[in-house]
Design a protein around this ligand. Structure first.
Ligand SMILES: C[S@@+](CC[C@H](N)C(=O)[O-])C[C@H]1O[C@@H](n2cnc3c(N)ncnc32)[C@H](O)[C@@H]1O
Length: 456
């Protein structure tokens, strides 16, 4: 039966959402890469719906997955992951969207037919209808599971509780919330107060960030092309914690600076803007940006083109110096390593599906190698800022502790050593560096440690 009476969901947005969620379930890429690849498969007016379905399923995955497994006699096989994705999307609509219940059920059943899996229509129909009737009882029964109670994978709940008992509730709440839209004002073009006033004239209300002097939080999110002079580089979308990197490292024109793991280039752009803003002319920093993934390097190019500043871009493994380094040592290095992204789950909710405990060990090894190699490119007396958007001590303070133990030419210095007026007191001072936690209406979770190379 065709759901002719229920035009609530544009057919193609649902089908594309099924494809995106299937690929995530099959570990074939992250939500952001999948959306970037597939969002143009739907009409532009349906992109918000596509995003709502995909982000929503990932955000609520621990609960939706438990409900689905509870209602199915057997989990779906890998070859039928598309059906499982359709089921999760149907459950998400029933639980979290305004779609009328009968529409959510009928459209999911119809999706099975479009997938050429008519054999599953009865099953999907029965599962969704049972959930419709018994939702409260089912949820009550499942709530004893930590993954359902906290809406996070069980292993992450355990680790957050163990490492951050005092911040546990905050981490859980902020990790499931919709993140605020935060922008960085390009002080090379305009002051924060002037830009704030320009936005207010356009009806966009904002508040100053308390940590980063360039941060503005929008009261409600807007499309970037609604931001005043966005295409001319007057502002960029960037979380407030991430903005601290440039304010901590204080890059100056005339310095030779490395951004070692650079894409998509948010911090690359900020380092350049920061240095240029301190100069009278449009002179800029001598900045090298290294990125492993070619398609991500293109994002840096686009970002820099928009703000009108330039860097020496290298597509390489930052840890393989022979492939990109010319031997000229750097005054300052930003090392924003690949990490578990456990401080930014709300922006990358597919972490709830794909991240596994073993990933942390693997990432720690990668970070260790890059850190040790990149360290050799730093001048004596120079500074390296080690950064992650992780809440895992293994990737952060423990990584730095191991590094300091094995490198007697390295010493930790305070985060405001190069910028004494910077407010860096918002996080928790850990054994090495500062751990920032995600806050519901504010910054993401982040980690910073500033390390100086001794002059021998
Ligand atoms: C946390 S992200 C960096 C975010 C970036 N600094 C920004 O602010 O936009 C880490 C980046 O490192 C890249 N990467 C991973 N391994 C790398 C390696 N061995 N060498 C260089 N880049 C690497 C990833 O592709 C990813 O783009």
């Amino acid at each position: 039966m065709k759901p002719t009476d229920v035009p609530s969901i544009q057919h193609s947005a649902r089908q594309v959402a099924i494809q995106v969620v299937t690929n995530i379930l099959l570990q074939q890429g992250s939500l952001s890469t999948q959306l970037a690849r597939h969002q143009h498969d739907v009409a532009s007016e349906h992109i918000p719906l596509l995003k709502e379905l995909c982000f929503g399923v990932c955000r609520q995955y621990p609960l939706l997955n438990s409900i689905a497994l509870h209602l199915l006699n057997h989990p779906f096989e890998e070859k039928d992951m598309d059906l499982y994705a359709a089921l999760l999307i149907g459950l998400y609509q029933l639980g979290y969207m305004n779609t009328p219940d009968h529409a959510a059920v009928n459209e999911t059943v119809e999706a099975c037919r479009i997938l050429n899996k008519d054999w599953a229509t009865k099953l999907i129909n029965a599962v969704l209808r049972r959930y419709q009737r018994e939702a409260d009882d089912i949820i009550e029964e499942l709530e004893a599971m930590p993954s359902v109670e906290y809406n996070q994978p069980k292993w992450l709940v355990k680790r957050f509780k163990k490492h951050w008992p005092e911040q546990f509730e905050q981490i859980i709440e902020a990790s499931s919330a919709h993140p605020p839209m935060c922008i960085r004002v390009n002080e090379n073009r305009v002051s924060r107060e002037t830009y704030k006033a320009k936005m207010a004239e356009e009806g966009i209300d904002s508040e100053n960030g308390q940590l980063s002097p360039t941060a503005l939080y929008l009261r409600s999110a807007v499309r970037v092309n609604e931001l005043p002079e966005f295409d001319e580089g007057f502002s960029s979308v960037q979380d407030e914690s991430a903005q601290l990197a440039a304010h901590i490292l204080v890059p100056e024109v005339g310095e030779h600076v490395l951004d070692a793991c650079a894409a998509p280039g948010g911090k690359t752009g900020h380092l350049l803007e920061f240095a240029a803003a301190k100069q009278d002319q449009e002179e800029t920093l001598d900045l090298t940006a290294v990125e492993l993934e070619p398609w991500r390097l293109e994002k840096i190019e686009a970002n820099l083109e928009r703000i009108g500043l330039m860097a020496n871009l290298q597509c390489a493994d930052a840890g393989d110096l022979d492939t990109w380094w010319d031997g000229a040592q750097f005054d300052k290095i930003l090392l924003d390593v690949p990490c578990s992204a456990t401080g930014v789950i709300r922006r990358n909710p597919d972490i709830k599906i794909n991240r596994k405990p073993a990933d942390i060990d693997e990432l720690v090894t990668i970070q260790k190698t890059i850190l040790a190699q990149v360290w050799t490119t730093l001048k004596p007396g120079g500074h390296l800022l080690y950064a992650t958007c992780s809440l895992m001590p293994e990737e952060n303070e423990q990584q730095v502790a191991a590094f300091l133990t094995s490198h007697d030419d390295a010493k930790e210095v305070p985060l405001n050593a190069l910028n004494p007026v910077l407010n860096v007191a918002s996080g928790v001072s850990v054994s090495h560096g500062q751990q920032l936690f995600p806050t519901i209406k504010g910054n993401d979770g982040f980690y910073y440690c500033l390390i100086q190379k001794n002059i021998v």
